[in-house]
Every structure is written in structure tokens, then in C-alpha cells.
Ligand binder design. Structure first.
Ligand code: FUB
Ligand code: ZN
Length: 671
């Protein structure tokens, strides 16, 4: 069965929860990020992204005007990231920022593309067209387009595939160009991306004399498969397959590039063993899930069972041993990596926003191979928790690292927690996460729906309207819901009579045995891998209603997660909850939840829209004795007393929107 994402142009999302996010990205985040890319936001880390494209364009112009008299820059390594002391000191023809700064533009234009696909906007399109002109003016006549080497010296381009992100930038450029082309029909950037990919195709491959390497940071793989999807030009698929097959093969390419690393398994770059032999998710978490996404694309397109088995094993390694309850991945900041199984520290977590986004990409691709809630449940978990936490409610500040426990003082004074920030940042020198959230949120319907010729798969529930073509007939599907605050989902299907239309609805794992469905006369259905398949549509409009029980659940981690031993977390539907100092005072770790866990719900409005907050009965141990006792570091147990308290919980994704303070997802409980 050929399953593909549903065309985002054909879906209009009209949802209490998600529309506020997509509108935020459209109205605030995209314009804000354009200012950032042009270094016009005071007090934010400078980007230099558009500066670099302009600088490369300037050199190209010089090359054209000076002809053979032009002397191209000779490569000198200036560091992984270079910033001038002051913004004003930046020279017009020099490169600044991290060496993959180009990718920030590509992610931005991708978000712009998705946004324009559903909300045409002449002003934004004009800005984007002008930005594209600047980017395309930086491209070399042979198709090469990475400003780091164009500015710093092409003589060393593609000589450090492991660390220098040229192929990563190409991958992002392709993704951005496709989104913009699909939204607007304009192919200038797409042609530039194809030009770069064609140049790379000419350089890499198994043929004699070609480079036998592969990207040090993945994304080109999945981007090239997408380019193949759009253009049907086989060489892009061939190149992606080459990159995947070649990775980890002896002799190891990165060892040849960096002989000092000989004999040390390169988990970080996912180059330790050939991909089909991989079983455990290791190394840099973003690189890993981007690679697995490309592998899943290849497994789907080629039917390669060995590759699919590797994908399944890696999926299971992540979700059964290495994932936070929030859908965050990457247990350690050392190498921004997965740690060993069940090592999931809360306060030193890395859980990079990009890594959870990559997990969503991986899930979406596995769903195309096999619609199963094994994947969509996790996709939803990451979206509602570890990804949305990455962006402030006003869309103007961001988390890179998404911890599950924060003590602000420790973040500032303990070097081991330096990577953990207690408040979101306006921007980052290495700014991979903010534009990644923008492109994901603005294409959210792509993750909610996929389709085969006759079936519409509903993976995520959100108010929306779409029209699906079934054998030349238009079937209209309208969804209305207050999800995730409520579990009420109403789906109207119109015009399906006389077609083979099937509707596949996901029943989340957490709602198993706790849902009710009314099918309005449709008697034919099957339940497969967590999806209810409805068919036999004969009436004009069928009104289907699905009710998922949204009761708070007390959740316990596997005993092997020592960090969470004898502690509980609380979830409601797909939403993970946390406590903040703002509601509960300091020393959240000292709060003990009482059993039986009585949880009451209330609706609060301090986060802009109505939000369900939860309250639990709890207590703290407080010194009960004299002044002397109160000031002592240690005391006898008889000198402490229980102080009753109500523990207020809010959705984890909303933490740190009301100033700085402690936060915790896990709590002790009384036995
Ligand atoms: O290397 C590019 C990006 O920077 C990675 O995806 C992030 O983890 C950060 O290291
Ligand atoms: Zn990131």
C-alpha cells in the first residue's frame, strides 16, 4: 500500500489548540526569525546567516567583473564558529557564525513555504523572493552553494565531510526549496537546490575517482528522497541510497579524513558500523534520528527488509530504553548524545528540541511503511511535550535543551548543568532549534494525516477540513474537537457513497479500553495496530463521534530508570504535566504526593487560552522545632513535621512562561 503524507494545501486546520500555534509561527515567529537572520534584533545572539549569503554574492560578483584577474580566497580554517567582537566590526566579505549558518535560512524558507501553502501572503512572499535572490546570487556557476567555503576558500571544500556541514546545508536547502516550490509554484530556489545536488551527485559515488564519503551530519538522505519524490529524477534517490549504504563501511571514511580517530568507534557521527547492522540508538541524537528517517525512506522505497529491521530495532531502542516521558531524546550533553539504556537524568538532560523533531520525522516515515500507533503515539507525545516546550508562548524565545527538572541556581553555578537554561533564550549562536520548530509547527497537518488511494489515516486529532480524492470523487472530511483538553472528536464524512473510501482512526495506546465510538450506521470496521478502519460509507454525510477518556494518569517509569525510582509523573491524554515554583513555592523536590492519588482538574486562563491545570494532595517535611533546628543542615526525623499542601500542575510545554523558577516533572509519593 502506497501511503503518503496528505497534501498540506488541501487541509485547513481550524483548531483551538494548533491554530494558535500555527498562527503564532505565521504572524510572530517567521517575521521575528527574518529579523534575526538579518541581525536586527538587539540583545539576541547574532546570526550572520543572510550576511554570509550577501558576502558570498559579493565575491561571485567580483569573480564575474574581474574575470581571470580574480584571485579566489585560499582556505584558512577560522574555527567552527567565528563572531566579530562587535556587530559593526563585521566585514562585508567575510563569513561569521557557525559553519552551518546557511541552514537557518533554509529552515526559515521551509516554514515560509508551509505557511504560504495555507495562508497566501503577498508581503511575506515578496520578502521570501528577495531572500531567495540573495541566496541564489551566492551560488557558484558549478552549482555549489555553501557560503562557508565560497567565502573561506573552495580549494578545501568537501575535504572535511565529518565536521564541515556542506551536505547538511544542502539537505536543508533542498527541504526548504521544495516547500517553497510546492506552496508558490516558483522554482528558482528549487533549481538552485537541484544544481547543488547535481554537483554533489557528480562528485560522490562508488565509481572510480569519486568521493567515497557521506554526510557528517545527516539530513541530505531524507531530503534527497523527497527531491526524488518531487522531481522523479532517479539520481537523487541513487545519491541518497549511496550515502546510506556507504555509511560505516570499511575502510571508514571519517578515519581516512581524521586518522587520529583510527580505531575509536565513531558513534557520534553514526559511522561506527554499517547501518543495517545498527540495533542500538547511540551517538548524537539529532544525527541519529535524521539518519533513521532517511533509512526508513529507503526501506519504504526499496522494500529492503534488512534495512527495515534495523529501523524497527532502532525505534524500539529509543522508545523502550532511551526516551524521556516527554518524548525528549539525548540523555547527555556530552556529544549531545544518547546515553546508555535507561540513563535518563532529569536535571542534566539534553533532550534537544531538534532531536524530538527528528523523532517525529522518523515516526512519520515508519507510519508510511506500517500505520501503527506504536509510531503515532510517540509522534504525538513528542509534539505536545518535548517539542512545544522549545518555544515560548509569544514565539520570541526558545529552549534548545528541554530538562525535566530545573533548579535555576544550579543552572548558573554548576558547570555540569551549564547547558540547561532556566528561561528561554532569544536566539542562539548555534540556532538549529528555533527554525526547526517553525517548520514543524507550520506543517503540522502533514503529521496529522496521511493517505493511500482509498484510505485517510488520522494520526493526530485537530479541528480541520480536508477533501480527499478517491477514484476521481471528492470526499470531504470535517473534524471538530477540543483535543487535548477534551477527548471529544466529531468527524463528518461527506460524499463517500459509491467509493471505496476508508477512514482509519488512531486510538491512542493511553485510551485503550477507555474510548467510545459511534459510527452512524457504519457497521464495517476492523481494528489493526491501534487504528479503527471504517468503511461502507453509503449515506450523504456520516457523523462519526469518538470519545477518548481524558482522565489524569499517574505514571511510573521502569525501575531501571534509577533517576525516577519511586517517583511519579502525571499525564492527561498525551500531555505531560509539571510543577513550577510559581504555583508551588521553592523546593519542589521536597514535595511528597499523597496516596491514593486524588487529582482534581480546573481550567485556568493565565496562558492566553484556557488550559487544564491539575491539583493533587501533597505535603512537605518541614522543621518543626526551635529556631536552632530551623537553621541546621541536618536534623533528627522527630524534629520534622508534615505540612499539608496542594500540588498544582500545568502542562510541561508551558513551563517557564511566567518567569524563572524551579520546575519538576517527577515527584516523590508517600507509600
Ligand atoms: O550540527 C548542527 C546542529 O547543531 C545539530 O543538529 C545540533 O545538535 C547542534 O549540534
Ligand atoms: Zn537544535
Amino acid at each position: 500500500m502506497d501511503i503518503r503524507p496528505f497534501d498540506i494545501k488541501k487541509v485547513s486546520v481550524d483548531d483551538r489548540f494548533w491554530s494558535s500555534k500555527t498562527e503564532l509561527v505565521r504572524k510572530e515567529v517567521i517575521p521575528y526569525q527574518w529579523e534575526i537572520l538579518n541581525d536586527r534584533v538587539p540583545d539576541a545572539n547574532p546570526s550572520f546567516c543572510m550576511h554570509n549569503f550577501r558576502a558570498a554574492g559579493l565575491l561571485n560578483k567580483r569573480m564575474k567583473t574581474e574575470g581571470s584577474a580574480y584571485e579566489p580566497p585560499k582556505y584558512t580554517y577560522r574555527g567552527f564558529a567565528v563572531f566579530p567582537d562587535k556587530r559593526e566590526d563585521a566585514k562585508d566579505d567575510e563569513f561569521y557564525g557557525f559553519l552551518f549558518q546557511d541552514s537557518d535560512f533554509s529552515k526559515w524558507i521551509e516554514a515560509v513555504g508551509y505557511s504560504l501553502a495555507t495562508h497566501p501572503d503577498k508581503v511575506l512572499e515578496d520578502i521570501a523572493d528577495k531572500a531567495i535572490d540573495i541566496v541564489c546570487a551566492a551560488q557558484l556557476p558549478n552549482g555549489y552553494l555553501d557560503t562557508y567555503y565560497i567565502i573561506n576558500g573552495m580549494d578545501k571544500s568537501f575535504t572535511d565531510l565529518r565536521d564541515h556541514h556542506e551536505l547538511y546545508c544542502m539537505g536543508h536547502l533542498i527541504e526548504g526549496a521544495i516547500a517553497y516550490y510546492e506552496a508558490t509554484g516558483k522554482d528558482k530556489l528549487l533549481n538552485a537546490a537541484k544544481g547543488f545536488a547535481d554537483y554533489v551527485y557528480g562528485l560522490f559515488g562508488k565509481e572510480e575517482g569519486k568521493i567515497k564519503g557521506y554526510p557528517g551530519h545527516e539530513i541530505a538522505e531524507m531530503a534527497l528522497f523527497r527531491l526524488f519524490d518531487v522531481t522523479h529524477e532517479n539520481r537523487y534517490k541513487e545519491l541518497a541510497e549511496y550515502f546510506i549504504d556507504q555509511r560505516g563501511q570499511a575502510p571508514l571514511y571519517f578515519e581516512q579524513e581524521h586518522p587520529e580517530m583510527k580505531g575509536k568507534p565513531d558513534y557520534y557521527h553514526q559511522a561506527h558500523i554499517p547501518v543495517r547492522e545498527q540495533r542500538e540508538a547511540v551517538g548524537h541524537a539529532v544525527r541519529a534520528v535524521y539518519l533513521y528517517s532517511g533509512m526508513a525512506d529507503m526501506a519504504r522505497l526499496t522494500g529492503d527488509k534488512e534495512l527495515l529491521n534495523a529501523c524497527k530495532a532502532l525505534w524500539s531502542s529509543i522508545v523502550n530504553e532511551k526516551m524521556y516521558i516527554t518524548g525528549g531524546i539525548g540523555g547527555t550533553h556530552i556529544g549531545e548524545s544518547f546515553s546508555f539504556p535507561f540513563d535518563l537524568p532529569n536535571d542534566t538532560a539534553y533532550a534537544e528540541t531538534c532531536a524530538s523533531i527528528g523523532l517525529v520525522f522518523f515516526a512519520e516515515r515508519m507510519l508510511r511503511i506500517e500505520p501503527s500507533r506504536e509510531y503515532s503515539d510517540i509522534m504525538e507525545l513528542a509534539l505536545y511535550n518535548g517539542i512545544l516546550s522549545g518555544m515560548a508562548l509569544d514565539g520570541k524565545s526558545f529552549f534548545y535543551v528541554n530538562p525535566l527538572e530545573v533548579l535555576p541556581e544550579a543552572c548558573k553555578k554548576d558547570e555540569r548543568k551549564e547547558h540547561v537554561k532556566p528561561i528561554r533564550q532569544k536566539w542562539f549562536g548555534c540556532a538549529c532549534c528555533p527554525p526547526n520548530i517553525a517548520r514543524l509547527v507550520s506543517s503540522i497537518s502533514k503529521y496529522a494525516y496521511s493517505e493511500s488511494d482509498d484510505t485517510l489515516f488520522v494520526h493526530l486529532y485537530m479541528g480541520s477540513h480536508l477533501v480527499k480524492d478517491v477514484g476521481g470523487k471528492e470526499v470531504r472530511v470535517d473534524v471538530a474537537t477540543d483535543y487535548p483538553d477534551k477527548g471529544n472528536i466529531k468527524i463528518d464524512v461527506t460524499g463517500a457513497a459509491g467509493t471505496d473510501f476508508k477512514l482509519a482512526l488512531r486510538i491512542p495506546g493511553w485510551a485503550e479500553g477507555k474510548y467510545a465510538i459511534k459510527t452512524d450506521g457504519l457497521e464495517t470496521y476492523e481494528f489493526i495496530n491501534g487504528y479503527i478502519y471504517l468503511n461502507g460509507f453509503t449515506g450523504d454525510t456520516h457523523h462519526i463521534s469518538l470519545e477518548l477518556e481524558m482522565k489524569p494518569r499517574v505514571v511510573f517509569a521502569d525501575r531501571k530508570v534509577t533517576e525516577d525510582a519511586n517517583r511519579i509523573a502525571v499525564m492527561r491524554g498525551p500531555v505531560v504535566y509539571c510543577a513550577e515554583e510559581k504555583d508551588n513555592g521553592k523546593n519542589l523536590k521536597g514535595i511528597i504526593v499523597k496516596r491514593p492519588f486524588e487529582i482534581s482538574e480546573s481550567t485556568i486562563s493565565e496562558f492566553g487560552t484556557d488550559t487544564v491545570a491539575l491539583d493533587l494532595e501533597a505535603y512537605r517535611l518541614m522543621p518543626s522545632g526551635s529556631e536552632f533546628m530551623e537553621s541546621s543542615l541536618y536534623m533528627n526525623f522527630e524534629d520534622v513535621a508534615e505540612e499539608e499542601k496542594i500540588l498544582r500542575l500545568i502542562p510541561y510545554s508551558l513551563w517557564a512562561n511566567r518567569g524563572e523558577g524551579e520546575m519538576s516533572v517527577y515527584f516523590n509519593y508517600s507509600v
